[in-house]
Design a protein around this ligand. Sequence first.
Ligand SMILES: Nc1nc2c(ncn2[C@@H]2O[C@H](COP(=O)(O)OP(=O)(O)OP(=O)(O)O)[C@@H](O)[C@H]2O)c(=O)[nH]1
Ligand SMILES: [Mg+2]
Length: 234
Amino acid sequence: MALHPLQNAEFLSTAASDAQLPPASVAEIAFAGRSNAGKSSAINALANRTRLAFTSKTPGRTQHINFFRLRSGALLADLPGYGYAAVPRELKTHWQQFLSRYVSTRQTLVGLVLVIDIRHGLADLDRQLLDSFVESGRPVLVLATKSDKLTPSAARVAARDLERALHTGYPVHASRISVVPFSAVRHVGLEDAERVIAQWLGLEETQVQEARERTHKEKAPPSRGVTRGPKRRS
Ligand SMILES: Nc1nc2c(ncn2[C@@H]2O[C@H](COP(=O)(O)OP(=O)(O)OP(=O)(O)O)[C@@H](O)[C@H]2O)c(=O)[nH]1
Ligand SMILES: [Mg+2]
């Protein structure tokens, strides 16, 4: 039984500068990654919502940080994507500096979710962001997303290659960097990702139990033999 740490997340605020960041008073997790990698889609899939975080077919759209409040009280930050060529250079530099400052100085950040298109592997800008973050000793969860675009065996190989690249590139921090093959479309890897995030947020078994009881009270269980459909596992 997995706890769904992002379920019932609510939009909190948007920040376009340091001054607009919410007060750093509760645990925070951040979703980062290249433009169009699938950050917002991953958040939506984990929150079991279709339009909590805005997704776009046009890369480079998210030019601010959207904050969400999780049921546990923790914050989630959907960071602007980096690396989109058509964004003016000054704006790109602004966001790259902002992101590296944010991940290296945000005291309440308990972990970084790095979303990487499984077909593209680790990019220089991913490394730059990791360089700013890993020294703090905090953990990184890499969602190797869009795995539905590959065959299952190719996805396994690509995820393993990505993990190897990360562990080779960051040998001192390897034990704190995990890779989960993921698909927001096919709902692959949700439970593995949730397990890691729940642990970062200190959500313990007792809370898992409470969440389970709440869910049972809120929703009548489906009658036996009825398929719940592919949208969400229990
Ligand atoms: N096939 C497939 N498509 C996906 C998946 N995740 C995201 N996409 C598609 O990829 C595109 C970008 O997704 P977003 O979630 O908006 O990406 P993002 O990283 O938030 O993008 P920016 O905010 O612009 O940096 C959209 O067209 C999504 O539908 C996935 O797991 N599988
Ligand atoms: Mg986005």
